[in-house]
Ligand binder design. Structure first.
Ligand code: SF4
Length: 464
């Protein structure tokens, strides 16, 4: 990594400038308290850190908490999502959540909205779900395991609801506090499937302390992943946002890839930095001014267009994505959430849609294959949306009916002609009818080692 100017005195001392230091004086929690004895955890090199400045917690009673998506996003593969908090005390200086478009009031890293009744609301909403799907926790504008959760304990209460209804869960966090709930999430994993994603953009804890001042140190996050892996959970990393000129060099990417590969992650998701004009860009530029002043002109060049999306110049975005994909591939890591970690955790009609979306990334370097994929992918999407519309309108239609319709279609003689591709039809037939699993490394189908589990939220079950 290039050296910051001036360099933080030491990683353990926390950032020297730019953000309230995180010495942990107010709410110091030892690493051992986060890794209870008996979970195979060992002493961590640094404690979990928490803000010195007092937080202002704003309790808010909510009427609804669960957000539902009509289609499943192929990135995190979440169909439902929720967060017990709004805003985030981790205080990452690049955080997109600071952007005005999210309407977060007050100081983003001090004024934290606490949805204290989230577990009760969730308990009312979950039994009414009409389709199975993965619950994703970890939006860009809050972290469910941020410091107030240490005392608030909303996640174990929410997790208990999800466990009772055997819903699969994926959590994205920058905190080791989640290890406190290792038993609960292991239970969810055994019943329905659980994936832990730690967000990690660098192995340099000096840089981490400057840009993510109140999140867990690098080694502690890696240790958290190991603890969940040892329990049989799926584990991954979100290498995003890769900070230009700080964490996006080939050497830095290779170091991150090596560390994640040695940790045993199942996958890595990669993304670049967006800086929306307004609060988000201003706060991150302040960090640059204080700690990396010589980089300012280069950032001005990348983000000077002030696009509403915050995207940098197109050629840079493509370059960093390609180099990061190559670095993780060199380490033998896939850069999508693998099929084996969502297979059977959502209806097969959604599973096929996610696979088709992910294929666009797999074949990004093969324009001919991409072109051939486009027609069938669109045709399938149109069919799926029409079935979802009917599902929403007709209470008598159930997830199981749509699944049966797709199964019959895939088994029929018209399947290949309907889809418009013999090859893709044969591939999907094996996914839908034989329940085979796609191996992203070899890009081939193989037998699945595990059978999908039944979910209490599956409306095809008679006891719901
Ligand atoms: S942990 Fe996530 S939500 Fe929280 S400040 Fe950092 S980037 Fe934002």
């Amino acid at each position: 990594m290039r050296q910051p100017e001036p360099r933080a005195a030491s990683a353990s001392a926390g950032p020297q400038r730019g953000h309230p230091p995180c010495s942990g004086r107010r709410r110091h929690r030892s690493a051992e308290s986060l890794y209870p004895a008996g979970h195979g955890a060992k002493k961590q090199p640094q404690p979990y850190t928490a803000p010195v400045l007092p937080l202002r917690l704003h309790d808010r009673a909510v009427k609804t908490v669960l957000r539902k998506s009509r289609l499943v996003d192929p990135w995190f593969v979440g169909k439902y999502s929720f967060s017990p908090y709004q805003a985030c005390a981790h205080g990452c200086t690049y955080c997109d959540g600071r952007a005005e478009r999210y309407w977060v009031d007050g100081e983003f890293d001090r004024d934290i909205v606490v949805r204290r009744n989230a577990p009760e609301v969730l308990a009312r909403e979950v039994p009414k779900l009409r389709e199975r799907g993965i619950v994703f926790v970890g939006s860009g504008i809050s972290d469910a395991y941020q410091p107030p959760e240490a005392d608030g304990r909303l996640m174990p209460a929410c997790g208990r609801v999800l466990a009772e209804h055997r819903l699969p869960v994926t959590i994205l966090t920058k905190s080791s506090l989640i290890a406190r709930d290792l038993d609960l999430w292991s239970e969810v994993n055994a019943a329905a499937g659980f994936v832990l994603m730690e967000s990690l953009v660098t192995v340099d804890d000096g840089l981490r302390a400057i840009v993510e001042p109140c999140a867990s140190p690098v080694e502690v996050r890696l240790e958290t992943l190991r603890a969940f892996k040892a329990r049989g959970c799926g584990v991954g990393a979100a290498a995003m946002p890769l900070l230009p000129f700080l964490a996006d060099g080939d050497a830095e990417l290779d170091a991150l890839a090596r560390a994640l590969e040695q940790t045993g992650v199942d996958f890595v998701l990669v993304g670049g930095l967006t800086l929306r004009p307004g609060r988000q860009k201003a706060v991150f530029f302040d960090t640059l001014r204080r700690s990396f002043a010589d980089l300012l002109p280069r950032y001005e060049q990348l983000y000077g267009e002030d696009r509403p999306s915050g995207a940098p110049r197109r050629e840079y975005g493509e370059d960093v994505q390609n180099r990061a994909n190559a670095a993780f591939a060199r380490a033998g890591l896939v850069t999508v959430l693998p099929h084996r970690l969502y297979r059977g955790r959502l209806p097969v009609y959604d599973e096929v849609d996610v696979l088709l979306q992910q294929m666009r990334w797999h074949f990004a370097d093969h324009p001919d294959a991409l072109r051939r994929l486009e027609g069938p992918r669109r045709r399938y999407r149109e069919w799926l949306l029409s079935r979802k519309d009917t599902l929403a309108r007709r209470r008598s239609l159930r997830e199981a009916d749509v699944t049966a319709e797709l199964t019959a279609l895939a088994a029929s003689d018209e399947w290949a002609a309907w889809l418009g591709s013999d090859k893709l039809a044969a591939f999907l037939r094996e996914v839908i009818l034989d329940r085979r699993v796609f191996d992203e490394r070899t890009r081939r189908l193989r037998e699945s080692p595990v059978e999908p589990v039944a979910h209490a939220a599956d409306p095809s079950r008679d006891d719901i």
